[in-house]
Design a binder for this molecule. Structure first.
Ligand code: UN1
Length: 447
């Protein structure tokens, strides 16, 4: 039988999870079996759903250190970020616990009667999640789905199987049986989930995301796909170079650049050489090594293939990095390259690792044109103290999220999250946007 095996990227001999891959038929059966629990859950009182989500939050909070250690071990996320992710997961659960009490529709005037809308769950939510936020992403999809009265079947990325199974164990005592299931598996399990769930939410690569969207459309079920990014950070001449460089270095290299929100392209208006010096100093000051060690910001990448992709991508003039710092695991040095044309692979294709490009441009308009070019549109940042420039940037920027004097990476769970063009499909995640996605509005007329 095919197995799902997840190993630690810093110590590849350390097997974190090893379990049978769920066969496609079993995924379909799990979805069908979840429906009974879902029907009852959808009829339960808002207070009961809120209490369950609160208990799940408490369970995660009560295992903060253990979960952070598991995240560090399984995906190589540096300790500070891993602890931050556990806290974020708790906050998401508490937020959606309260969202259970929000209004679920609108009323309209009708003489002698009543017209209103009411929100209803879709049924079983099929969630396909990546390994890079192994707790937060499953939970930012599952919590709103559950709050709206859906059941959840989660197919985690193989490399995050251990985290997903642990979440399921922690949640089990607080949810009716069959309401939250994890189906560890490979591509066929994901396809079976998309082929049977009543609503689908996916985060991962563009190639897979597009097949998910098409398959869901063929069945007529709503789908939401969060895919890649090739996010630009634009630095204007008036920005404080040290502050901007520190933020951009962290946004490009934190967790080895393995975030769809990571900065991949730095566009400097004006004195690019001066900014490059400031950036290289900040990048070289980042701790690289075992993600469990205090002070490390850049751990390994997820596997050997990812490491090879980063090493092969170090094209152009390498300002820093370009090799491997050594060690047992899948380490690649934080790398900044310059002198590449806008059509160079690194400026057009996402490499999920600690590598970014730096390009000098002469005007803000040119920087914006470059930032907006290409197929992605997730998030763009601008560093400047000029309010007019910032407002004009906000207006002209074509990405789903826009940051001013803030790093491209890092999102707030109560704000809508998602991208334009090939970065996102099917509506925003998180915040109240997620409640709209995981439910459908029904119109009722009382004559
Ligand atoms: C963040 O920047 O904190 O998979 C979150 C990703 C995104 C989430 C980024 N969906 O990287």
């Amino acid at each position: 039988m095919t197995r799902v095996v997840s190993t630690s990227p810093q110590r590849p001999a350390d097997v974190v999870a090893d379990c049978p891959a769920t066969p496609a038929e079993q995924v379909t059966r799990t979805v069908a079996e979840s429906l009974a629990a879902q029907r009852e859950w959808a009829r339960s009182a808002a207070a009961d759903r809120a209490a369950a989500l609160t208990a799940m939050a408490d369970a995660v909070a009560g295992h903060r250190r253990e979960l952070a250690d598991l995240v560090i071990r399984e995906v190589g996320k540096p300790s500070t970020e891993a602890l931050g992710e556990v806290s974020r997961t708790v906050a998401i659960l508490r937020y959606y616990a309260q969202q259970c009490f929000e209004p679920v529709g609108e009323t309209y005037p009708r003489a002698g009667g009543l017209d209103f809308t009411v929100r209803r769950p879709h049924g079983v939510a099929g969630l396909i999640t990546p390994w890079n936020f192994p707790l937060a992403i499953p939970v930012w999809k599952a919590a709103p789905a559950l709050a709206c009265g859906n059941a959840v079947v989660l197919k985690p990325a193989p490399a995050a199987t251990g985290c997903a199974l642990r979440l399921a164990e922690l949640f089990a005592p607080h949810l009716p049986e069959g309401l939250f299931s994890v189906v560890p598996g490979l591509g066929d399990a994901g396809a079976a989930l998309v082929g049977s769930a009543d609503v689908v939410s996916f985060t991962g690569s563009g190639a897979v995301g597009r097949t998910v969207a098409v398959a869901a459309a063929e069945r007529g079920v709503p789908a939401q796909c969060e895919m890649g990014g090739l996010n630009a950070s634009i630095v204007l001449p008036d920005a404080d170079p040290d502050r901007a460089a520190a933020q951009i270095a962290a946004a490009a290299m934190g967790f080895a650049g393995q975030k769809c929100t990571a900065t991949k392209r730095i566009l400097v208006v004006g004195d690019a050489a001066n900014f490059a010096d400031a950036l290289v100093a900040k990048v070289e000051a980042l701790g690289v090594g075992d993600p469990a060690d205090e002070g490390v910001a850049v751990g390994p990448v997820i596997d050997e293939a990812a490491r090879q992709r980063v090493l092969a991508a170090a094209d152009g003039k390498v300002l820093t990095g370009g090799g491997s710092p050594g060690g047992d695991g899948w380490f690649a040095s934080p790398t900044v390259v310059t002198g590449l044309g806008q059509d160079a692979p690194l400026n057009t294709t996402e490499v999920f690792g600690p590598i970014c490009t730096l390009t000098g441009v002469s005007t803000v308009d040119e920087a914006l044109r470059m930032a907006n070019s290409g197929t992605y549109g997730l998030v763009t940042a601008l560093y400047s103290n000029d309010l007019d420039a910032a407002l004009s940037f906000v207006d002209q920027c074509e990405s789903g999220m826009v940051k001013v004097n803030a790093p491209t990476s890092g999102v707030d769970f109560h704000l809508p999250f998602g991208g334009e063009k090939e970065s996102g499909y099917g509506g925003r995640e998180q915040g109240k946007a997620a409640l709209r996605f995981y439910s459908s509005s029904r119109t009722v007329q009382l004559g």
